[in-house]
Design a protein around this ligand. Structure first.
Ligand code: 5FX
Length: 542
């Protein structure tokens, strides 16, 4: 009965839509005010929009360091997604608020006159037909881009070195961070930069499409730019000045992540049946949204996300930004709070590469090999860099599998040893680097595509010596966005900030998947100093 009453109240409040503009797809998830999913839809860039010629949603220049996505492809994806949702007109009419998620760090360059285009959208025509001329730069740099080492070093020099940059912005200069990307565009393509009226993040760009204007960048996603003072939450004048001319004007204002970016443009009301009063809450990055999906508004639980990139993140109250490790972002759900995140580029694609090379492309065979090899891998410790790595910073790719004499035994190892080495290596790197940045997991919540693999979760539990749970959050960025839409809307209704965990009640409880085996944990703890030393050898720091 109580449940039913709650549900009735929930339906009066309407529905909340989370949009997720990720590297490979545009997804949407509609939830009720009870947090329960009502509808999902997705557009896959490679499959559904083949005319843009992407692989995995991106294009790589020869050499592999420059990685971009066509900005118009994201626009076309929104057209397609909304077309798929057309039969759900009643559902869309019931949406009270929308928020969203974007892959972090990517930037969109809108040319002079783009605001007017966004502001006068004609509901009789597709977005793609109207916004083809909106971009000063057709290809947007994305988070996989590693081409800005020169800009990183130049901006470091201007701002007092890597530790000073970390103290100011939450992270040292990273190639993919937007400030360094903007600095590259400003110096390499000065005419295009000068013609840029507005620079959006992928997240604020998606919000801009919805409000028909320029949406503000939220504090949490802005933390991935090397441009915002992480403690004052304002653009840093010196950081802007050493990046590009008139940058403050091009970036626009910053807002707390729970604040509205605007209301939906009449375009979507006319063409798709949204209510014209639908509120758009500031969009944020995919990792901040995942933090919201797990309701991590205080330290303790830590999330390990096993996706295209692997990430580990959790809430922190007193951050200590470091030039050595990871990132500190403003929390997307607690205005005074922070989150720490460490990111690895060699995630799923690297695991899949090893599966394809050594386990006939089968996860079953991969898992059988994993269980047939001993924890600690008989002294073999590996590093698998299919992509230039972020943590530790390594630009060259390659495979290193050290035997106990610290020589590379990659060629001599058998398939099972490679399988175990890639998994142990990934989780050892996580344990080492998250400890360095002050994340001390009490329990671990595993998420992302590979979190369905129990074999991997057991190694994770053994390496960390912590229980590993999953919560059914396959699409955590979209869910986090939908929950933030609900949170933002409730704050708006209340006329004040409401704590996230009071305003939003996630629908499911964590499910225990793996308990640590103490003997295996001992092996990994003993391996940690050796792993650290080998990593220094691989990165040339020793
Ligand atoms: C985080 O810093 C990252 O670069 C990645 O996790 C991207 O956000 C993936 F979209």
């Amino acid at each position: 009965m109580k449940q039913l009453k709650k549900h009735r109240a929930a339906s009066r409040e309407g529905l909340f839509l989370g949009l997720d503009l990720s590297t490979q797809a545009l997804k949407c998830l509609v939830i009720g005010a009870d947090g329960v999913a009502r509808h999902e839809a997705a557009v896959n860039f490679d499959r559904d929009l083949p005319e843009f010629g992407t692989r995995g949603g991106v294009k790589r220049r020869p050499g592999g360091l420059t990685v971009t996505s066509p900005a118009l492809m994201w626009v076309a994806a929104l057209d397609l997604l909304l077309r798929k949702l057309r039969p759900e007109r009643k559902l869309l009419a019931g949406v009270t608020a929308i928020s969203g998620s974007g892959q972090q760090h990517g930037s969109v360059y809108l040319r002079r006159g783009a605001f007017a285009l966004l502001n006068t959208l004609d509901p009789a025509r597709s977005l793609r037909a109207q916004l083809g001329g909106a971009f000063a730069l057709p290809d947007s740099p994305v988070w996989m881009d590693s081409s800005t080492t020169r800009e990183c070093r130049r901006r470091d020099a201007c701002l007092g070195g890597p530790q000073a940059v970390a103290r100011l912005t939450g992270s040292r200069s990273f190639e993919r961070f937007t400030g360094n990307q903007i600095a590259k565009i400003a110096s390499k393509y000065p005419a295009k930069y000068a013609a840029t009226e507005h620079i959006a993040l992928v997240s604020s760009f998606a919000a801009s499409l919805l409000i028909g204007g320029y949406a503000p960048i939220d504090y949490s996603d802005a933390s991935g730019m090397n441009l915002m003072d992480i403690f004052k939450k304002t653009w840093d004048r010196r950081a802007l000045a050493c990046t590009g001319r008139n940058l403050a004007e091009k970036l626009g204002p910053l807002v707390p992540s729970h604040k509205p970016a605007g209301v939906i443009s009449g375009y979507y009301a006319d063409r798709y049946g949204f209510s014209p009063s639908t509120v758009v809450i500031a969009f944020s990055g995919d990792n901040p949204n995942s933090l919201a999906a797990f309701g991590l508004d205080r330290p303790g639980a830590t999330v390990i996300s096993l996706g295209t990139s692997d990430t580990i993140f959790g809430a922190l109250s007193s951050p200590k930004p470091s030039a050595e490790e990871g990132h500190i972002f403003a929390s997307p759900i607690a205005p005074e709070g922070y989150m720490a995140l460490v990111c690895w580029k060699n995630g799923s694609l690297t695991r899949e590469y090893i599966r394809d090379k050594y386990a006939r492309g089968s996860w079953e065979a991969f898992n059988a090999m994993l269980s047939a090899t001993p924890p600690g891998n008989s002294g073999l410790t590996g590093f698998y860099f299919r992509e230039p790595e972020i943590t530790p910073a390594v630009l060259k790719t390659g495979t290193y599998l050290f035997n106990q004499k610290n020589t590379n035994a990659a060629c001599a190892a058998n398939p099972g040893q490679h399988v175990r080495a890639v998994i142990e290596s990934q989780f050892m790197a996580m344990r080492l680097h998250c400890g360095n940045i002050g994340l001390a997991p009490e329990t671990i919540i595993a998420t992302g595509g590979a979190s369905v693999n129990r074999g991997l979760l057991q190694v994770m539990a053994d390496v960390f010596g912590r229980k590993v749970c999953t919560i059914d959050r396959q699409n955590s960025a979209a869910l986090g966005a939908a929950l933030r839409a609900l949170h933002g809307w409730r704050c708006l209704e209340a006329g004040k900030f409401l704590p996230f965990s009071e305003a939003v009640c996630p629908a499911e409880k964590p499910q225990l998947q793996a308990k640590p085996n103490p003997a295996n944990h001992k092996i990994y703890t003993a391996l940690l100093p050796r792993y650290r030393r080998l990593e220094q050898i691989v990165t040339g720091r020793k």
